[in-house]
Ligand binder design. Structure first.
Ligand SMILES: O=C(O)CCC(=O)C(=O)O
Length: 320
């Protein structure tokens, strides 16, 4: 068997006890991920492992829209999954089963109760019966007035969520099961081949892709192995890829860590680019159009000059 592909890797620091209390003073300002271990998340860490408990808690007949796939590495472009509306009780039962190759796998990301998907998910209003079992110490991590969403996630073993970034700080609380999180610093952005929607084009992140994505191999990955009671701090703009190593449940909480006016008011998921960045991106399309009529070598020259200018004016460290 071929040896596994190896990437430059660092472990995400695991903080416990007093260190967790330093979140606002040192962890969040560092703009680096950290695992806050041994958090008291409420009854969820004990009760939610039991699908029968969960099924009995939610109202009879309650349904949810889930991703269903037979391929553990979900691919948002090839859409190797389907959206299916299922009874919640069945979601909990099916996701909790140990799956074998080719079985249907489930991934639920709560999208809120608004049928048009315009309102951010909130555990308290979307799943009030389950919200009683979950808590994060109020005020310890961020001012409550900055809360954006709290999202219930349910996952079959093996499901991997594609690499993407969000624009808000995020605490990912692992309630049941094990999860491996791979994160990349924002300065790796150009090595991750992000598309226009902030998702990486690379689905298989365990392999090198020398032909299609040559720069990917040098991107340094930060890895965290989460267990129940862990809370992973995912700073805004850190692309991340998450794999369920067992059936699992989590709640993740997004908050507006920057000036509220910077965020897109139509954003329901915490992943639309900040308004000035989205505007700059549209303006760049215009810049590109300006160069379009030029011969390829001339366009290449001016393209490189523009990149150098952006590097000089916008980056805090040189392009890697
Ligand atoms: O449920 C997962 O594993 C994905 C979580 C995630 O991508 C996020 O919190 O932004």
């Amino acid at each position: 068997m071929a040896p596994p592909d190896v990437f430059p890797t660092v472990s995400v620091p695991v903080l416990e006890g007093q260190e967790v209390l330093q979140f606002r003073e040192s962890v969040q300002p560092s703009r680096c991920p950290a695992v806050l271990r041994g958090m008291d998340l409420g009854e969820c860490t004990r009760r939610w492992a039991d699908p029968e408990y969960l099924s009995a808690r939610v109202p009879p007949g309650a349904e949810a829209k889930v991703h269903v796939t037979r391929r553990p590495d979900m691919d948002f472009r090839l859409k190797n999954f389907e959206y299916r509306t299922m009874p919640l009780a069945e979601v909990f039962r099916q996701a909790s089963k140990e799956a074998t190759d080719g079985d249907e796998l489930i991934y639920l990301r709560d999208v809120g109760r608004d049928p048009r998907g315009r309102h951010p998910a909130l555990l308290e209003s979307d799943f009030p019966e389950l919200a009683e079992d979950f808590r994060l110490p109020p005020g310890l991590f961020f001012d409550e007035a900055r809360l954006f969403s709290s999202v219930l996630r349910v996952s079959s073993s093996g499901v991997r969520v594609w690499t993407h970034y969000d624009v808000m700080d995020n605490l990912y609380a692992q309630c049941v099961g094990r999860k491996r999180a791979i994160l990349w610093a924002p300065e790796e952005a150009s090595n991750l081949y992000l598309d226009g929607e902030g998702k990486s084009k690379i689905i298989d992140v365990e392999k090198h892709h020398p032909d299609d994505f040559p720069r990917f191999s040098k991107a340094v990955r930060h890895v965290a192995d989460l267990i129940p009671g862990d809370v992973l701090f995912i700073p805004a703009l850190w692309p991340h890829n998450m794999k369920a190593e067992s059936p699992g449940m989590a709640v993740n909480v997004f908050w507006k860590n920057l000036d509220k006016d910077l965020y897109d008011p139509k954003d329901a998921y915490g992943n639309r680019d900040l308004l000035p960045a989205a505007k700059a991106d549209r303006m760049l399309d215009n810049v590109i159009r300006q160069l379009e009529g030029l011969p390829a070598d001339v366009k290449d020259f001016y393209g490189r000059r523009l990149i150098a200018k952006l590097e000089r004016k916008c980056l805090t460290s040189p392009l890697k």
